[in-house]
Design a binder for this molecule. Structure first.
Ligand code: ATP
Length: 247
């Protein structure tokens, strides 16, 4: 494992009561890479992301972000943008007002706040809706606003938990384009998603978890091992199929 990698986790472990959600997970995300984090429902992806961001403490193991050993509210988090679990917003504010408040709330921006807010709203396709109340936004528009919030500080590392959730095909295409541009600009992107076609299009490296354990990690080609990502994934996760033909 490279100690230069902006995201590193070692032996990460977390249980909720007797249920072990994440069990000894170790991986690293090299700089400038788009890293796909895959696994079935309940595999432990969101729990891993919450530990990555210092939102919950691991019972065992450790996380390093940009070389810093993570703990809750660590200053290194200023270099990390995150979209996690359908973010909650103050619905009575406009998108622009919310982002302006968020930017001013203890965060340091190199550029003037108003210009930066307009820039990120443009980048996620919310220019027209910027001055409408968030209560009037569709699910996909709120997801775009969450992405804009993650981009506000022009972070070195982006942690995106299912960023395409609720987006229409055009919106998903925009997210892929945005991620590609961020990679070109040298950013590191940790992307948790169920969209395997999206992973095949944009990810350099992939990790697969199942029942809390890491079952594969490597380049996209290493994990596919000559098959499609879908068949490799189904094999790795032991999926036997639950859909029965009608009798
Ligand atoms: P999905 O793809 O459905 O979002 P996931 O891979 O993100 O799933 P997690 O949300 O990390 O999975 O959940 C991992 C396991 O931990 C699951 O068995 C889940 O039921 C359990 N779990 C998650 N959060 C809690 C919690 N707050 N209390 C108790 N159990 C939890």
């Amino acid at each position: 494992m490279s100690t230069d990698s902006p995201v590193r986790v070692a032996d990460l472990t977390k249980a909720y009561g007797r249920r072990v959600a994440v069990d000894g997970v170790t991986f690293d995300v090299p700089a400038g890479c788009v890293f796909g984090f895959l696994g079935p429902n309940g595999a432990g992806k969101t729990t891993t992301i919450r530990m990555l961001l210092g939102l919950i403490r691991p019972q065992r193991g450790a996380v390093w972000l940009c070389g810093a050993a993570m703990r809750p509210s660590h200053p290194v988090l200023a270099r990390v943008g995150a979209l996690v679990d359908g973010p909650a917003f103050p619905r009575f504010l406009t998108g622009r007002r919310h982002l302006t408040n968020f930017a001013r709330c203890g965060r340091r921006l190199d550029t003037p706040v108003a210009g930066r807010v307009t820039d990120v709203l443009d980048r996620v396709g919310l220019r027209e809706a910027a001055d409408r109340r968030i209560s009037t936004y569709s699910t996909g528009m709120r997801q775009r606003l969450g992405l804009a919030q993650a981009l506000l500080t022009d972070p070195d590392v982006l942690v995106l938990d299912e960023p395409s959730n609720g987006l229409d095909p055009g919106g998903m295409h925009d997210v892929r384009t945005l991620i590609g541009r961020l990679r070109e600009a040298g950013r590191t992107i940790f992307l948790s998603t169920h969209l395997l076609a999206e992973v095949e299009q944009i990810c350099d490296r992939v990790a697969v978890v199942a029942a809390g354990r890491l079952v594969a990690a490597g380049t996209l080609d290493q994990v596919r091992a000559g098959a499609t990502l879908e068949s490799a994934y189904l094999n790795l996760t032991g999926h036997s199929g639950v859909v029965n033909a009608p009798s």
